[in-house]
Ligand binder design. Structure first.
Ligand SMILES: Cc1ncc(COP(=O)(O)O)c(C=O)c1O
Length: 416
C-alpha cells in the first residue's frame, strides 16, 4: 500500500528567529571556550523586576491566587492599566478595551490572528523584530516590506505605492527594534491618515515606550482620541518586559480600538491561552506602582547609550538611536561581512553582536501560500544589531573595543 505524502505544515518552512539562533550560538561558544561574553546580541536588561512585583508574585502564589482569570485578565489590573493609558499615553480608553496577555509577543500573535485572514497582506518595516515576521507567516499572511529612510523612518511616498486589495495591517514599531528610530507626532499622523485612506488596521508595537531619549514617546492610539470608536483603527501592544525588567514574567497588554474588535480579540485569547498567568498579573499590578524603578531603568539605558558615542565618532553607527535599546552598527566600509566580523569580535574580545540580515528578511510567498526564496533588505549587509540594555560600564567598554577593533580591521587582514 502506498501512502500519500502529507502536506507540509507551514511552520516547517518558517525562518527561525535570528535573535534566538545567535543567542544559541553564543551560548555554545561560552560552553566551548569557558569564557563569558558581553551579551550585546540580545535585549536582556541587566535590571531586575521591582521588589514589589517579586513580592506580589510570591504572595499571590502563597495565598492561592493561582486559578484561571477570565480571558481578558484581572479587572483590577485592567482598570489600573486603563488609568495609565489615559494619564501617560493620552489614550481615550476604558478598562473594557484592555486585554492582558502573556507578553507583548503573545498579544501580537493574537492580534494578527484577530485582524486578518490567511492570504491577506501585512506591511512590515524593512528592518523589523524577526518575531513580527514569524507571527505573520504563521498566520498565513503575506508580508510586504515597506522601505525606511536613512534615519530608519518609514518612507511615506514608498509606502503610498504599496498595498492592494488584500492589505489589512500596517505594523508600526516606535521606538524600533532593531534600529532605535523614534517616530514623531507628525509622521505618526501621516501614517494614520494613510491607513485611514486605505482602510488598513494599524498594529502599534510600543514595547519600548519608556525608553525615548530624544523627543517624547507619542502613542499612536492617542491620535484617535476624537475619532468615533467604530472608525478607530489602532490596536496597541505594550509590555512589562522592558519598562520593569520583567522579561521572564511574560506579561503584556493589548488595547483594542473598540469593544467589537476587543470581543474578537478575546475569542482568540480564549483559544490561545485561556488566560494569562494569575500570580504574574498580581506582580504586574504591583509593578505599576514602581515609578522610581522605571526612572532608574530608563536612566541606566540612557547612560549605556552614551557609550555608543565611541562608535559614532568612528562613523560606525547607521544612525544614533533616539530610543529603545538597540542600534545598528555599520561596518560596510570594512572589507568583511557582518557574520565574519561578529565571529571575530566574539573570539578576540568576547563581545556578542547579532548580524542584521535576520532583521531584514523579505520572504516571497507563492500563490499556493508556501514560502519561496528569502531575500533581505540590501542595507542589512555589513550591519549588526547591538543591544545597549546591559550594565552601562559593560556597554561603554564593549563599544570602545568594537570601535578600535573596527579601526584596525584592515591592517589585521593585511597582516594575516
Ligand atoms: C519590538 C518588540 N516587541 C515585543 C517584544 C516582546 O515583548 P514581551 O517580552 O512582552 O513579549 C520585544 C522583545 O524583544 C520587542 O523587541
Amino acid at each position: 500500500m502506498t501512502t500519500e505524502a502529507l502536506p507540509t505544515p507551514r511552520a516547517t518552512s518558517l525562518p527561525p528567529s535570528s535573535v534566538h539562533a545567535v543567542f544559541r550560538s553564543v551560548n555554545a561558544w561560552e560552553r566551548r571556550t569557558g569564557r563569558k561574553a558581553a551579551r550585546l546580541d540580545v535585549g536582556e536588561p541587566h535590571f531586575p523586576p521591582p521588589g514589589a512585583a517579586v513580592e506580589a508574585l510570591a504572595k499571590a502564589a502563597r495565598d492561592g491566587h493561582t486559578g484561571y482569570t477570565s480571558a481578558e485578565g484581572m479587572s483590577t489590573l485592567r482598570e489600573a492599566l486603563a488609568a495609565k493609558l489615559v494619564e501617560n499615553n493620552a489614550h481615550d480608553t476604558g478598562a473594557d478595551r484592555v486585554y492582558i496577555c502573556a507578553g507583548a509577543a503573545q498579544g501580537l500573535t493574537a492580534l494578527i490572528q484577530s485582524l486578518a485572514d490567511p492570504g491577506d497582506e501585512i506591511l512590515l518595516p524593512a528592518f523589523h523584530w524577526p518575531i513580527h515576521l514569524q507571527q505573520s507567516l504563521l498566520t498565513g499572511l503575506r508580508p510586504v516590506s515597506y522601505p525606511l529612510d536613512d534615519q530608519f523612518r518609514p518612507d511615506l511616498d514608498a509606502l503610498r505605492r504599496l498595498g492592494g486589495e488584500r492589505t489589512r495591517i500596517l505594523l508600526v514599531n516606535s521606538p524600533s527594534n532593531p534600529t532605535g528610530a523614534v517616530y514623531d507626532r507628525q509622521l505618526l499622523r501621516e501614517l494614520w491618515e494613510l491607513a485611514e485612506q486605505r482602510n488598513w488596521q494599524i498594529i502599534s508595537d510600543e514595547a519600548y515606550e519608556d525608553f525615548v531619549f530624544e523627543g517624547a514617546h507619542v502613542s499612536l492610539g492617542s491620535l484617535e482620541r476624537n475619532v468615533p470608536p467604530a472608525r478607530r483603527r489602532v490596536s496597541t501592544v505594550f509590555s512589562f518586559s522592558k519598562t520593569y525588567g520583567m522579561t521572564g514574567y511574560r506579561l503584556g497588554y493589548v488595547v483594542t480600538p473598540d469593544v467589537a474588535r476587543g470581543a474578537t480579540f478575546q475569542v482568540v485569547q480564549e483559544a490561545s491561552i485561556l488566560s494569562s498567568p494569575t500570580p504574574v498579573q498580581h506582580a504586574g499590578l504591583a509593578a505599576l506602582e514602581s515609578t522610581a524603578e522605571v526612572r532608574s531603568n530608563r536612566e541606566s539605558v540612557r547612560a549605556a547609550r552614551e557609550g555608543l558615542r565611541a562608535l559614532d565618532r568612528e562613523s560606525l553607527l547607521a544612525a544614533f538611536p533616539s530610543g529603545g535599546w538597540f542600534a545598528l552598527l555599520d561596518i560596510s566600509s570594512l572589507a568583511t561581512d557582518a557574520e565574519t566580523f561578529a565571529a571575530a569580535v566574539l573570539d578576540e574580545h568576547a563581545i556578542a553582536l547579532a548580524p542584521a540580515h535576520g532583521f531584514a528578511l523579505r520572504p516571497t510567498v507563492r500563490t499556493d501560500g508556501s514560502l519561496g526564496p528569502m531575500a533581505s533588505d540590501p542595507r542589512a549587509a555589513g550591519h549588526l544589531r547591538l543591544a545597549f540594555c546591559g550594565q552601562p560600564a559593560t556597554v561603554h567598554d564593549a563599544a570602545k573595543k568594537v570601535a578600535s577593533f573596527a579601526r584596525t580591521w584592515s591592517e589585521r587582514e593585511h597582516v594575516r
